[in-house]
Design a protein around this ligand. Structure first.
Ligand SMILES: Nc1nc2c(c(=O)[nH]1)N[C@H]1C(S)=C(S)[C@@H](COP(=O)(O)OP(=O)(O)OC[C@H]3O[C@@H](n4cnc5c(=O)[nH]c(N)nc54)[C@H](O)[C@@H]3O)O[C@H]1N2
Ligand SMILES: Nc1nc2c(c(=O)[nH]1)N[C@H]1C(S)=C(S)[C@@H](COP(=O)(O)OP(=O)(O)OC[C@H]3O[C@@H](n4cnc5c(=O)[nH]c(N)nc54)[C@H](O)[C@@H]3O)O[C@H]1N2
Ligand SMILES: [Mo]
Length: 743
């Protein structure tokens, strides 16, 4: 029998074709706009030869327990065992470490995207379980916009403007004259959203804006970042030089008399100090267009034209998240807000600033929020999280004290790591350093559906189901739908839901009631839906009851009634709607940040040279941009779609020519931290001196340590954005490229 049920994943809504209990095809839900190739990979993913079909234990660990040491992780054989053996061992390891070393010795930060489906979200399940079992060291901050996450509360009083709050696209279409997008508006990033989107409407939104005459300018090293299908201007500065450009535009506003002094006075604090810096007080350098043109290595006429484009009319300034995943990544965001403040249009329809339009589906969409269920956490007794991008440093250096956002964090002595729903051997920087640190803990446990590089490097591995093998509710804030997700097929092999794995261990540890609260998965969904219904009622919205929702199709979330304009309330009445900053205003100079005394994050937007960039590169070095993969979600979907050459490296034809390289050549990309192979892909839309490799290849070092699949995180550094945010700074990396020796 064939059925065609509907479901959801991070890369969109799909119609599955099920025949005789097997998933045989998946297609985008008609009209949803999801990517057909990514969706079509589902059967390949589910039945992949890389699925983990039963629990496994590393051979030496099985024979000798944790005293065997961690050196064999990734090279020892993995031995298939029955469920009870693996569950018993995991339970006894967790209680041993809890008893001997306390809960902070258990690292359960477990960063990662997991899968769509809000109840079975693997990381949330793991963290509920570890908290119920006695506690764990967590992480704070995210990879995506970690620098902004820590900085913006000092500037705007909250981090919501990075992703949750944004002027909607309809307002941009109706009110903006110009959109200047630092980092561009790359359509590939709109294919995904955490939790899964039922609609991918941003390409239409850009087209509608362009049809009304909105002009787009993209500032980015590559033409591929231009918004699709519209006639946009491209400016290609050196990566990492955006802050200089933004400061120079602000300086131009100041000296031309265009700066809105009344806005600065009423809505900001610290503009005197900021303007003083622009004029060169302190460092003797006026932040002129000529100065910025030198640093960015673009003609000064280009920057003057950009100034002319934004000097009049309604201007929306935006930056992708990539700008702040770089050394001193706090600065371009602060500088962009400061420039928007000078132009005086913050809080007006279609003007001011917003972040992330080009970074993820749903930014600037109009769905009402708060209806998608989320698994509530269990209180964690350990209240000293480490900054997320510091996890490898923390594993390597117990007791080390680091500065972080005005305080200090002392790394705990991590003895046990448990990861579910993330792939640190994909997302971490300097993977060779991670691989060395990874040997140190006594015990490493991983829940995974697939034999990822992380699962390969565990002591105990639990096989997890995928979304199509379980029962859930899917959706994401701002999307227009919430989906019932029925179990479509039986679990593959002996895999179990992460929830079921944790129930079984909690049972052994005597903390089951605190973890599952006596509910099975369907009762949880009913309970979580009830919470959403209560939220709806508080907003005067009657939602369908659980049974109606569960037996019907996706529930359409009503859109926002009024257009959304970032900081509109604040603009209309700053006295009654002050920001959460100490001054209640936008802080262009922050006394709090000044009090931290960090030279890598001064109290006002400042040009700080990145440690690695083309401004101080050797002639044969290239700036490597490691962006998000077009047809993968990070390392997910790498395993589907058949045999692969090493990941592509995009090079400008002249840079390739200088090295005697042609399209399709296999190259070695290297620096002092590591090396990987890659396949040359020529791209004449690229700025010279810049190379691009998407993240997402599975880490696979050869015996000499060269990574074979093209995972660029062997090249990136563990250096963070600054002491303020300790954010991921992967986008500041210099490399060299040569033809690879034959294998
Ligand atoms: N160089 C460089 N590095 C980067 C970035 C960059 O721009 N450049 N970007 C960073 C950013 S922004 C991010 S968000 C991270 C992303 O990094 P990750 O979030 O680690 O990436 P994913 O590959 O999505 O990892 C999710 C893992 O969960 C597993 N999984 C999926 N479903 C389930 C489930 O139901 N149960 C269990 N147990 N496991 C499941 C998947 O198989 C996969 O291995 O990478 C970061 N790293
Ligand atoms: N298809 C797909 N989409 C995704 C993801 C995925 O894995 N696959 N991941 C999602 C996640 S978790 C996140 S956090 C977002 C990330 O969203 P972003 O961080 O915005 O995305 P990236 O693709 O890393 O970078 C966007 C572009 O910024 C440009 N850029 C890089 N450095 C600089 C610079 O110094 N200056 C300027 N002006 N431009 C620069 C690059 O050319 C790059 O193409 O993407 C999300 N979207
Ligand atoms: Mo991200």
């Amino acid at each position: 029998m064939t059925t065609r049920p509907i479901s959801l994943c991070h890369w969109g809504a799909f119609e599955a074709e099920i025949a005789d209990g097997r998933l045989i095809a998946a297609r985008p839900l008609p009209g949803s706009g999801a990517d057909a190739q990514m969706i079509g990979d589902w059967p390949d993913l589910v039945y992949s030869s890389t699925r983990i079909r039963q629990p496994h234990i590393r051979k030496s660990f099985l024979q000798r327990g944790h005293s065997c040491g961690g050196a064999g992780r990734g090279t020892d054989d993995m031995i298939p065992v029955d469920w009870d053996t693996a569950l018993d061992l995991a339970a006894s390891e967790l209680s041993r470490v809890h008893q001997n070393h306390g809960p902070s010795a258990v690292f359960g930060g477990s960063y990662g995207w997991s899968s769509a489906g809000r109840f079975h979200h693997a990381r949330s399940q793991l963290q509920r379980f570890l908290a119920a079992a006695g506690g764990f060291t967590n992480v704070t901050g995210n990879y995506s916009w970690g620098a902004a996450q820590m900085l913006l509360p000092h500037v705007l009083g909250s981090d919501s403007a990075v992703s949750h709050a944004a002027t909607d696209w309809q307002t941009i279409a109706s009110d903006s004259d110009v959109v200047v997008a630092f980092g561009g508006l790359n359509a590939k990033n709109w294919r995904v959203t955490s939790g899964g989107a039922g609609a991918h409407r941003l390409p239409d939104a850009v087209a509608r804006a362009a049809a009304r005459g909105v002009r787009f300018v993209a500032v980015s090293p590559q033409a591929q970042d231009l918004p699709p299908g519209v006639d946009a201007t491209l400016i290609q500065p050196r990566p990492g030089s955006d802050t200089a450009i933004l400061l120079a535009l602000a300086h131009e506003a100041l000296i031309s008399g265009r700066a809105d002094l009344a806005f600065l006075d009423r809505y900001t604090t610290g503009s005197d100090a900021f303007c003083g810096y622009l004029r060169g007080d302190g460092d003797g350098q006026a932040k002129t267009l000529d100065w910025a043109a030198g640093l960015a290595d673009v003609p000064v006429a280009t920057l003057r034209a950009l100034w002319t484009a934004i000097a009049t009319g309604r201007v929306m300034l935006t930056a992708s998240w990539s700008l702040q995943r770089a050394h001193h990544g706090e600065q371009p965001y602060w500088a962009l807000i400061a420039l928007a403040a000078m132009l005086g249009q913050i809080g007006l329809p279609g003007g001011g600033f917003c972040f992330g339009y080009g970074s993820m589906n749903g930014v600037g969409a109009t769905g009402r929020r708060g209806f998608v269920p989320a698994l509530p956490p269990v209180a964690n007794p350990v209240q000293s999280p480490i900054p997320v991008a510091c996890f490898a440093d923390a594993i390597a250096h117990p007791g080390k004290k680091i500065a972080f956002n005005g305080r200090h964090v002392t790394y705990p002595d991590i003895r046990l790591i448990w990861w579910a729903g993330g792939n640190p051997f994909h997302h971490g920087q300097d993977l060779n350093a991670l691989q060395a640190a990874w040997q140190r803990p006594e015990t490493i446990i991983v829940n995974e559906p697939w034999w990822t590089p992380t699962a390969q490097r565990a002591d105990i591995v639990f096989p997890s189901t995928t979304t199509v093998e379980r029962t859930d509710i899917g959706g994401t804030s701002r999307d227009l739908f919430v989906f019932p997700m029925h179990r479509l097929i039986d679990p593959v092999g002996q895999s179990r839901d992460d929830f079921a794995t944790f129930v079984a261990i909690a049972d052994r540890l005597g903390c089951r009631a605190a973890f599952d609260e006596g509910r099975d998965d369907l009762s949880w969904l009913r309970h979580l839906w009830g919470r959403s219904e209560a939220h709806g009622l508080s907003e005067g919205l009657k939602m369908p009851n659980f049974d109606t929702f569960w037996n019907g199709g996706p529930w359409a979330v009503p859109p926002l009634e009024a257009p959304e304009v970032l900081l509109q309330e604040f603009r209309s009445a700053p006295e009654t709607h002050p920001l959460g900053t100490p001054s209640g205003k936008i802080e262009l100079w922050s006394e709090t940040v000044a009090g931290f005394g960090y030279d890598d994050c001064p109290p006002q937007p400042t040009w700080l040279e990145p440690a690695e960039w083309l401004g101080r590169a050797a002639p044969d070095e290239l700036h490597l941009v490691t962006n998000q993969p077009a047809r993968q979600l990070h390392s997910q979907l790498y395993q589907s779609g058949g045999a692969k050459a090493p990941q592509a490296i995009q090079l400008h034809p002249a840079d390739a020519g200088d090295r005697g390289l042609a399209n399709g050549d296999i190259v070695r990309v290297f620096n002092a931290r590591g090396a990987c192979r890659a396949t040359v892909q020529l791209d004449d839309g690229l700025r010279r001196g810049v190379a691009i490799m998407a993240t997402g290849a599975w880490f696979d070092p050869d015996p000499d340590g060269d990574e074979r699949n093209g995972n660029p995180n062997v090249l990136t550094a563990q250096r963070q954005t600054s002491r303020l945010a300790q954010g991921c700074a992967a986008l500041s990396t210099l490399v060299r490229v040569t033809r690879a020796a034959p294998l």
